[in-house]
Structures are given as structure tokens and as C-alpha cells.
Write a protein that binds this ligand. Structure first.
Ligand SMILES: Nc1nc2c(c(=O)[nH]1)N[C@H]1C(S)=C(S)[C@@H](COP(=O)(O)O)O[C@H]1N2
Ligand SMILES: [Mo]
Length: 518
């Protein structure tokens, strides 16, 4: 029987059921603290590092299979799954701890001592071993947001884990084996104090998590099937994709864009200087390489920015430079060949449709490279460096194309899939895009691709902009039909009908929309 605080070598045996409960409680405390501190300290959590690592080691086909099914929910679901996994692993570790705690080299039954030891041990293990394994660097040296906040996050969460584990284990909460009456009065008081501390931490965490959830950044897409899209996408409707569970919020005070590495004149500019340089404005359409045929990850905007080649002139690149890598505040990196970097239209953009870039679209500055898929249009830009031809960017490490040239695409927006039409003249329309090659013409078929009719096409806003196509169609009879579309690019190449998935270089095939005429 435990009488007071001074018992030594006392390790109560918890029933297996109680052990599960204690392990679970401790790992829930740990996970809640981790998520709360992730938001409160604006650092990365272990689960985010793990998510990045997991997507890097998952075969791209598997990753893509999952992504295509979960679509915009993929990131939050992955995050939730990793947190759930963390709770499970934490519970198992807790159960093992309870089972073998009598064998551990602890010589007192003081929950504080033990809890701190357990927390410190886990902290060392995770900071020194697990973090480097998930690319966070030794003791968090390469964690975005800084190692100090990351180490605090680990320390508090593992501390919370250790203390909860040892308190509930050594001072059971009315466990049948140890009636409260048997416990020393001071222990009961201490238990009460610990539970009060947990309650305060819980309330604080709850607030931080509720506030933080607002900053989670799922992919965004506005698919208005059945309506023609605006030729220039309003900023709020421009599709949004990033690798991040939470996107960076860059503070311009202190932000610079630097160019360094093998250059004659490394330098950096701040936001004010960026805005004072001679700028150009151009329409360019962005589309994501993971967009499926008929998908909504494509939008068009007017971008204002500084031609990258002006910036490069000042840096004096060696003639032999093969590619340029763009580094970002979220740890993302991607590179493009010099041929693209030196084009007049490749710009360091800071405005989109007349207003500064939003946080989601890369504030304060991003690269716009017309003709290359979205992943090469790096947001939250911080640094530019020359690299060799074999350089692998974030998505290349994960199996996607190196220089991702946009494939010719077209989409039927009107009518929507499975629309019911009448036997009368009907409006058909949608978009078509061919990267930097421009769209020469668009054709529509309503007979399963036997015959194709030229559609009307809007004058492109620029060579790098999509076009809107429209036509009228009068069905010959009632029954099921399929509206298909194909575009021909500026070189006269017809969009390929070969059906291919988005991995590794962008989906191809014609968009076909079934309708029923009655
Ligand atoms: N820094 C950074 N830039 C990034 C990404 C990212 O995750 N981090 N995602 C890329 C991808 S995959 C796409 S499709 C485009 C999307 O740009 P948007 O969100 O402005 O439409 O940003 C690209 N630039
Ligand atoms: Mo993308």
C-alpha cells in the first residue's frame, strides 16, 4: 500500500486495461500539445516533417493514386492520419513503459522525477535521431521556422507525455486495485494539482488549435462545371496548390531575395527595392501537373513583376550555368533550364490582377515561368542559385518530371456532365491551353470523335494565356451523346488523344462530357 511520498522502489502494477488507458491519455496529451505548439510557435511539427519524408519515399504511383482520390482533402487527411499514428505509437510505448517500468533503473516513485526523465529521454531520442532521419537535421538544424522553437515543441510535448504517463501510473485515478483512501493525502493533493495543470494546458492548447486550424492550407479549386469560367480568374477563385499543411506567412520586414552561389556578383534585394525596379505586366495561365483531364487546377491572371533576366544580369552568371534553382520560405525548391530563365516573360512576380500576391499565392514574390507547369512557378521566393543539370527539386525527388513543359489541354465547361438537353440549339463552351505555344484552334466532336467542328475562340490575352472556346450545337436526335474537345497548338500539333495519367509529366487525353438529349 502506498502511504506517502517517501516510499521508494514502489512500482504499482497497473491492470492491462488501465495500462492502455494511461498510454492513450499520455499520447493524446503529447499530440494535443504538439499541435497547439505547432500553431502557437509557428514552427513545424514532427508530423509535418514525417509527411514530407513519407511522400518522398512513397512510390509516385501510390502517392498519386491516393492524391487523385482524396483531391483537395489529401493534405488535411494525411496530417490527421499522421497524428492518429502518433497517438497509436505513443500509446504502445506507454503500455510497454508501464509493463517494464519495474525493470527500469528508476529508484523512486516520484512521478515528477520519472516523468521528466521519460520526457528528456524521448526528447533526446527524437531531436538527435528521429528528426535527422526525417530531414529535420541534427537537433532540428534544418527545420523551417528555426531549431529553437522546434526543440521547445518537442520538449514540452514529450515532457507532457512523460509526466502524464508517470502521474497516472504512480498515482492511479481511483483504480480498483488502489482505492483512493489508501493513497497518501499529499499524493491525492498532488494528483489534483497535476490534473489542474493538465486542464490549464488543455484549455490553452484548445484555443491555439482552434485558431491554428484557420491557417491549414488545403489545395483550393473552384470547379464551376456547367458555367463558363471568367477569362481572367478572380484572385479568390484562382486554384491554389502547395506541398504545405500550413503555408508560410512571410513578413516583408526582414524578407530579402538573394542570388548567390557560383555568380560573379552575389546580392540581395528587399521588397521595396523589388517594387522599385522596372516591371512588366503579362497574362499567364498556370496549371498544375497533377491536374486531371477536365480538372480545375488551371487559372489565368495578370501578373506584374521584374524580368528575371534583368536580375540575373546584375548577378553576372557564368556562361556555363545550366539551370537556376529557386528556393522558398517553405523549404520548397525547384529549378528551370537557363533557356527558360532568360526569356523576357519569366518574371519575379509580386502582383496578381492588380494587387499584391496573397499569402496563398506566394507573397511577397514568386516566379512566373510561362510554359512550364505550376510546380516550376515557385512561391514565397527567398533565394536563387545556379545549379547543375542533374539538380532535383522537391517534386523531382518525388518522381515528377524535371522540366515540366505544359501539355496542350482543353476542357468542356458547358454543358456539365450528364446534363439533360433538349432537342434544340445548345451552347457548348470551355477553355483550351497550350503553354507557351499558344492555341491555334479548338475543335468539338459530338459523335465520339468521328467528325470534328471548329469552335469559336476568344483572342488570347497573351501567348501564354488560355482561350475560351464556344460553339452552338443542335443535336440530330434524342438519346445519349458525348461532347469531346481537342485543341491544336501554335505549332500545328493536335492535342494527343492518348489517355495518360498525370504522373510523371501531366495527364493527356480528350475531355469528354456525356449528355442526354430528350
Ligand atoms: N514555395 C512553393 N512554391 C510552389 C509550391 C509549393 O509547395 N511551395 N507548389 C507549386 C505547385 S505544385 C503549383 S501547381 C503552383 C500553384 O500556384 P498557385 O497556388 O498560385 O496556383 O505553385 C507551385 N509553387
Ligand atoms: Mo502543382
Amino acid at each position: 500500500m502506498i502511504q506517502d511520498d517517501n516510499d521508494t522502489k514502489q512500482t504499482p502494477s497497473a491492470s492491462p486495461k488501465a495500462a492502455v488507458g494511461i498510454g492513450l491519455a499520455a499520447s493524446v496529451v503529447m499530440t494535443v500539445l504538439m499541435v497547439a505548439l505547432r500553431f502557437a510557435l509557428d514552427t513545424q511539427s514532427l508530423s509535418e516533417l514525417m509527411a514530407d519524408r513519407l511522400t518522398a519515399i512513397t512510390p509516385v504511383e501510390v502517392f498519386d493514386f491516393i492524391l487523385n482520390r482524396l483531391q483537395v482533402g489529401a493534405k488535411p487527411i494525411l496530417f490527421a492520419m499522421l497524428l492518429a499514428g502518433q497517438v497509436v505509437v505513443g500509446s504502445v510505448v506507454g503500455i510497454l513503459y508501464i509493463r517494464y517500468s519495474a525493470k527500469l533503473p528508476f529508484d523512486d516513485s516520484q512521478p515528477w522525477h520519472r516523468g521528466i526523465l521519460v520526457g528528456a529521454f524521448l526528447w533526446l531520442l527524437f531531436a538527435g535521431l528521429v528528426t535527422p532521419l526525417v530531414d529535420g537535421g541534427f537537433f532540428g538544424s534544418s527545420v523551417i521556422g528555426g531549431r529553437v522553437t522546434y526543440l521547445v515543441l518537442l520538449l514540452v510535448s514529450f515532457g507532457g507525455y512523460g509526466l502524464t504517463l508517470t502521474h497516472l501510473h504512480l498515482i492511479p485515478l481511483g483504480d480498483a486495485d488502489t482505492p483512493a483512501a489508501d493513497m497518501g493525502r499529499r499524493r491525492v493533493l498532488r494528483q489534483g494539482a497535476f490534473l489542474a495543470l493538465l486542464a490549464v494546458a488543455g484549455a490553452y492548447s484548445g484555443r491555439a488549435i482552434i485558431q491554428g486550424f484557420g491557417s491549414i492550407s488545403p489545395a483550393r479549386v473552384f470547379n464551376r462545371s456547367g458555367e463558363m469560367p471568367a477569362e481572367v480568374t478572380p484572385n479568390e477563385e484562382f486554384y491554389e496548390v502547395s506541398k504545405n499543411i500550413v503555408n508560410p506567412k512571410v513578413d516583408v520586414t526582414g524578407w530579402t531575395l538573394e542570388i548567390d552561389g557560383e555568380v560573379g556578383n552575389p546580392f540581395a534585394i528587399d521588397y521595396e527595392e523589388l517594387q522599385s525596379l522596372p516591371w512588366v505586366e503579362e497574362y499567364a495561365t498556370l496549371t498544375c501537373i497533377s491536374n486531371l483531364v477536365g480538372g480545375g487546377l488551371i487559372s489565368n491572371a495578370l501578373w506584374r513583376g521584374v524580368p528575371l533576366k534583368d536580375f540575373l544580369e546584375r548577378a553576372r552568371l557564368p556562361e556555363s550555368t545550366e539551370r537556376l534553382a529557386f528556393h522558398a520560405a517553405d523549404g520548397y525548391v525547384d529549378s528551370i533550364p537557363m533557356e527558360y530563365a532568360l526569356r523576357d516573360q519569366t518574371i519575379i512576380a509580386y502582383m496578381m490582377n492588380g494587387v499584391p500576391l496573397s499569402d496563398g499565392h506566394g507573397f511577397p514574390a514568386r516566379i512566373i515561368v510561362p510554359g512550364l507547369y505550376g510546380m516550376e512557378n515557385v512561391k514565397w521566393l527567398t533565394r536563387i542559385t545556379p545549379v547543375t543539370a542533374d539538380f532535383l527539386g522537391y517534386w523531382q525527388v518525388r518522381g515528377w518530371d524535371g522540366t515540366a513543359v505544359i501539355k496542350t489541354m482543353s476542357r468542356v465547361d458547358v454543358p456539365r456532365r450528364n446534363a439533360g438537353l433538349l432537342l434544340e440549339e445548345t451552347f457548348l463552351g470551355g477553355v483550351a491551353f497550350a503553354g507557351d505555344r499558344g492555341v491555334q484552334h479548338v475543335e468539338v466532336s459530338t459523335d465520339g470523335g468521328e467528325t470534328w467542328q471548329l469552335a469559336d475562340m476568344s483572342d488570347p490575352l497573351s501567348q501564354f494565356s488560355w482561350v475560351l472556346w464556344t460553339t452552338q450545337w443542335t443535336p440530330m436526335s434524342t438519346g445519349p451523346f458525348e461532347v469531346a474537345v481537342r485543341a491544336t497548338d501554335g505549332r500545328g500539333d493536335v492535342q494527343t488523344s492518348v489517355v495518360r495519367g498525370n504522373v510523371p509529366s501531366g495527364a493527356t487525353g480528350y475531355h469528354k462530357v456525356p449528355v442526354l438529349v430528350s
